[in-house]
Design a protein. Structure first.
Length: 572
C-alpha cells in the first residue's frame, strides 16, 4: 500500500517536471535551488524554544522539550526526522558540528561529528589517469565520495553527557512518520523534480525511492535498530554491511570502504573557538570546520570600523564587509583543514597584530580584487580547490534549564552521493577535500588522507554578552556562503540592533574572494551601481540561506526562521 509519501510525490512530480529549471542556467556551486520567499515574524517564548528547517522536525523537538527533555534530546529527535523529511540536506548518513551550552556551570563544548575518509583513501583519490583533477560534478555521484558518517556518534556522545530522556524515546517521532507516512514538502518536491543531482536517476536504489515508488518503511526498520541497540547497530551491527555493499558496488564511482572504517569511527569533543567582537564573545567550531576561524577573522577585521553608526545594508558597510570576507577567505583557502593532520595556525590568524596588518589592505574607496593569503613564514601550503555545496540544515534549541544547542548538519551536495542504503542517503563529503593534493609544488592542507576529516564551512554560533550570558544561537546552511550568511546576520544584530528575525530576513550580500553577490529581487540590489563604481564585479542571484536562530532578550526568547526556506519556530 502506498504511503502518503508516495502518493504526494505522484501528484506533484508531473506538474513540477514542466517547470524544472534548465541546467544551463544553474551555477554549479548553487545546486540546491531557491524555492521561494515567505515573510516571517519572530516567535516569542519564555520557557524553551526549538527552531529547525522543517515543521515535522521542529514539532519532534518541541515534543521532547515539553516532556522535560534537554536541548540535546530535542536535537536528536529533530535530526532523525530530518533524515526522512529533508533528505536532500542532512540525515544519519551524513555529519554534523554542534555547540552545546550547559547553563549550570556555564560550560560551552563543541562536538565534531564530521565524516572521515576510509583507510584506503589516498591523496590522488580524485585525480584522473593523466594526473589532473576530475570535474567536481563527476566525482560527486557514487561510493567513492562517501565518508564514514559521523552525526549519530556525535549525537550519542553529547546525549551521554547531557541528555535527560532515554535514547530510545528520541526515535519515536521519526519511526511514527516512517511507519505512517508524511506529506512531502514543496521544497523537497521541487528539488526532486529539478534533478539537481544526476545520481538520483543514475543509481537504482535512490531512483526507486524518489521516482516515485519509494517506501519509508525501510527507514523505520533502520531507526528501530538504532533505537534498540544504540549506534552500534549503525557502525558495527546489522546496518553496516548494507552500507559497505552499497558504497563499494555503486553503479557510478564505486568506493573502497571497509567494515573496519565504520568500527573505527569516533566523534570528538573539542574546545570551541571563541573571540571577542566589540563587547560580545562569539563562539563557533574550530577545525576541521573553517567556519569559526573565517567568521572570527571577518568580525575582527570589521571591528576597526564604526559599523553601528552606518545604515543597515548601506553601501559603505557592505563594501567593508566584502573586503573583510576577501581577506578571510584567502587565508581559509590556504590554511584551514583537519588540525589532527596538519598545522592550522589559528592563533596567528586571529592575532590582533596580524588582523590589524591585514586590515590595512582594505580601502574604503576601492575593491581590492582577489586577495592573497597572509604570509606565515613557517608554513607553505598550496591553494585549496574544493567546492562545498549548500545542501545542509541548521537547528537552534534552548531547553527549560537554559541549555542550548547550535547544530549544523549536512550530507553535502543535494541528496549527497545518492548512494542509498537501509532507507537513507549517504553523504558525498569526501569531495569537500581538495581535488588536487598539491598546488605549485606545495601540499594542500585539505588534501585527502586516510582517516582525515574534510574541511567544512559549517558555522554553528553562540554569542555571549560581557557577563558571559548567552544572548544568541544561530547558524545556516549554504556551502561556503554559510560564513557570509552568519557574519552578515551577526552584524545586523550586534551592530545594527535588528532582532533575530529581522537580521535573518535581511537581504544578503556575499563575497568569497571573487565576485560580490547581491541577493536578487531585493532592495540590496540598489547597491550594484555604487559597488561597481568602487571596482566590484557584481552578480545578482538567489542567495539561498537557511538561517535559524534564537535570541535571548530581557523579555524572553525570540525565534527567527529564514523566509527562504520552510522552517518553523516553536516554544512555550
Amino acid at each position: 500500500m502506498k504511503t502518503i509519501f508516495t502518493a504526494v510525490i505522484c501528484l506533484w512530480l508531473t506538474a513540477l517536471y514542466a517547470v524544472a529549471e534548465s541546467p544551463k542556467v544553474r551555477e554549479l556551486r548553487e545546486p540546491e535551488a531557491a524555492t521561494g520567499f515567505a515573510p516571517r515574524e519572530a516567535v516569542s517564548a519564555q520557557k524553551y524554544m526549538a527552531v529547525t528547517a522543517n515543521p515535522y522536525a521542529t514539532r519532534a523537538a518541541d515534543t521532547m522539550l515539553k516532556q522535560g527533555g534537554a536541548a540535546i534530546d530535542a536535537a536528536i529527535a529533530a535530526q532523525l526526522v530530518l533524515t526522512l523529511v529533508e533528505p536532500q540536506s542532512s540525515g544519519i548518513g551524513g555529519g554534523a558540528f554542534l555547540l552545546h551550552w550547559q547553563a549550570q556551570g556555564q560550560q560551552l563544548t563543541s562536538y565534531d561529528g564530521r565524516e572521515t575518509a576510509p583507510g584506503s583513501a589516498k591523496p590522488g583519490l580524485f585525480l584522473k589517469k593523466d594526473g589532473t583533477p576530475e570535474r567536481w560534478i563527476d566525482a560527486v555521484v557514487g561510493g567513492r565520495s562517501v565518508g564514514v558518517p559521523g552525526v549519530l556518534k556525535a549525537l550519542e556522545l553529547a546525549h551521554q553527557k547531557h541528555g535527560k530522556l532515554p535514547w530510545k524515546k528520541l526515535f519515536e517521532p521519526a519511526i511514527k512518520l516512517a511507519d505512517e507516512g508524511f506529506i512531502v514538502s514543496p521544497r523537497l518536491h521541487k528539488l526532486i523534480a529539478l534533478k539537481l543531482n544526476p545520481g538520483l536517476t543514475q543509481l537504482a536504489a535512490a531512483n526507486h525511492y524518489f521516482y516515485p515508488d519509494g517506501n519509508p518503511l525501510a527507514a523505520a526498520k533502520a531507526l528501530r535498530a538504532i533505537a534498540e541497540s544504540g549506534t552500534a547497530a549503525f557502525y558495527a551491527g546489522t546496518l553496516t554491511p548494507a552500507m559497505v555493499k552499497a558504497i563499494n558496488s555503486s553503479e557510478r564511482n564505486p568506493g573502497a570502504i571497509a567494515l573496519k572504517d565504520f568500527k573505527r569511527y569516533r566523534a570528538k569533543q573539542r574546545p570551541p573557538l571563541c573571540d571577542h567582537y566589540r563587547q560580545y564573545k562569539v563562539c563557533s567550531m574550530g577545525p576541521p570546520s573553517s567556519g569559526g576561524l573565517t567568521l572570527l577573522q571577518i568580525l575582527g577585521l570589521l571591528e576597526g570600523y564604526d559599523l553601528p553608526k552606518t545604515g543597515v545594508n548601506q553601501l559603505q558597510p557592505i563594501h567593508l564587509f566584502t573586503q573583510a570576507s576577501r581577506l578571510a577567505f584567502a587565508d581559509r583557502d590556504f590554511y584551514a583543514a583537519d588540525a589532527d593532520f596538519v598545522t592550522v595556525p589559528i592563533r596567528q590568524l586571529l592575532d590582533d597584530n596580524y588582523i590589524a596588518k591585514r586590515r590595512r589592505r582594505i580601502s574604503p574607496k576601492l575593491d581590492m580584487g582577489q586577495a592573497t593569503p597572509g604570509q606565515l613564514t613557517d608554513l607553505a601550503y598550496g591553494q585549496d580547490d574544493a567546492l562545498e555545496m549548500p545542501s545542509t540544515s541548521h537547528m537552534s534549541i534552548i531547553d527549560s534549564r537554559g541549555n542550548a544547542i547550535s547544530m549544523t548538519t549536512s550530507i553535502e551536495m543535494a541528496f549527497g552521493s545518492t548512494v542509498f542504503a537501509n532507507g537513507y542517503l549517504l553523504n558525498n563529503q569526501l569531495t569537500d577535500f581538495s581535488l588536487s593534493p598539491t598546488k605549485n609544488g606545495h601540499p594542500v592542507a585539505n588534501r585527502v588522507e586516510a582517516g582525515k576529516r574534510p574541511r567544512s564551512s559549517m558555522t554553528p554560533v553562540m554569542v555571549f554578552d560581557h557577563d558571559n550570558k548567552l544572548i544568541a544561537v544561530l547558524g545556516s546552511p549554504g556551502g561556503s556562503r554559510i560564513i557570509n550568511y552568519v557574519a552578515h546576520s551577526l552584524i545586523a544584530m550586534l551592530d545594527w540592533n535588528l532582532d533575530i528575525q529581522q537580521a535573518i530576513s535581511l537581504p544578503k550580500a556575499s563575497n568569497r574572494n571573487g565576485p560580490t553577490t547581491l541577493e536578487q529581487d531585493t532592495g540590496i540590489t540598489l547597491l550594484r551601481e555604487g559597488l561597481e563604481k568602487l571596482g566590484h564585479k557584481v552578480q545578482l542571484r538567489q542567495l539561498n540561506s537557511g538561517l535559524h536562530g534564537i535570541q535571548i532578550t530581557p523579555k524572553g526568547m525570540l525565534g527567527g526562521v529564514d523566509p527562504r526556506r520552510e522552517g518553523l519556530a516553536l516554544g512555550e
